[in-house]
Design a binder for this molecule. Structure first.
Ligand code: ATP
Length: 205
């Protein structure tokens, strides 16, 4: 099977994430998309980052009806701090029959050459890159290392929404209605447990 990995903190998972994951799961070269939940990093204390299992639960709830989307907690069990290359190596050992690719926003591609062992990632895995904002498509080729690399495919027909988890957290903390920003089970999960009632000012806090 050809599996596209979509990494994120998903704090919480919102419709922007779901639209990308669902769209990419229908790409002709991808059979399934796994949403890989990044665990809490003990070296980076972030006050508004919910516990790993809560964020994983929300991802599971959000995608429960989608056979092509799966939630993955693979990184919860790896040594921290963890690098993407270790996750890929681990997955490849665990599922030798499967082929793993990465689904990345263009913002991530710009700094990709700073990732640990990025050459090894690129040599062994495909990257599917989508523009984060409409104007990104033009700047995708800024990084010369990646121009026309055979393992990189820029997917331009992706409907990208300008929302982020920090925006959603701020809305929740302000008591705003988030029914169109979050899928129904995720909103229910959050409401039932009174989550995100405080908002950290810094992005990602
Ligand atoms: P935060 O605001 O807390 O940083 P986020 O939603 O930007 O959250 P993650 O939960 O880590 O970030 O997102 C997972 C991945 O999804 C990241 O690679 C991020 O670039 C991407 N992403 C986030 N929001 C969107 C969106 N609206 N459309 C497309 N991709 C998104």
């Amino acid at each position: 099977m050809r599996i596209g990995l979509f990494f994120g903190t998903f704090n919480p998972i919102h419709v922007g994430h779901l639209i990308i994951a669902n769209h990419m799961a229908q790409h002709p070269a991808i059979d399934q998309v796994w949403l890989v939940v990044t665990p809490h990093n003990p070296h980076k204390e972030k006050s508004t980052l919910l516990a790993d299992h809560l964020r994983l639960d929300m991802v599971r709830d959000a995608i429960y009806e989608s056979p092509h989307l799966k939630a993955s907690d693979i990184e919860f069990h790896l040594k921290k701090p963890n690098y993407t290359i270790s996750t890929l190596t681990h997955l490849q050992e665990k599922y030798p029959q499967d082929e793993f690719s990465l689904i990345l926003g263009a913002d991530n591609l710009r700094s990709f050459h700073k990732w640990y062992n990025w050459e090894q990632i690129l040599a062994n895995h495909r990257l599917y890159v989508y523009p984060r904002i409409a104007s990104d498509s033009g700047t995708l080729n800024e990084n010369p290392v990646f121009i026309e690399h055979q393992h990189i495919e820029v997917v331009t027909d992706v409907p990208v929404l300008g929302i982020s988890a920090s925006f959603v957290r701020a809305q929740l903390a302000a008591g705003k209605d988030c029914s169109f920003l979050l899928s129904e089970p995720v909103l229910k999960y959050i409401t039932d447990r009174h989550l995100y009632q405080k908002f950290g000012n810094k992005k990602g806090e």
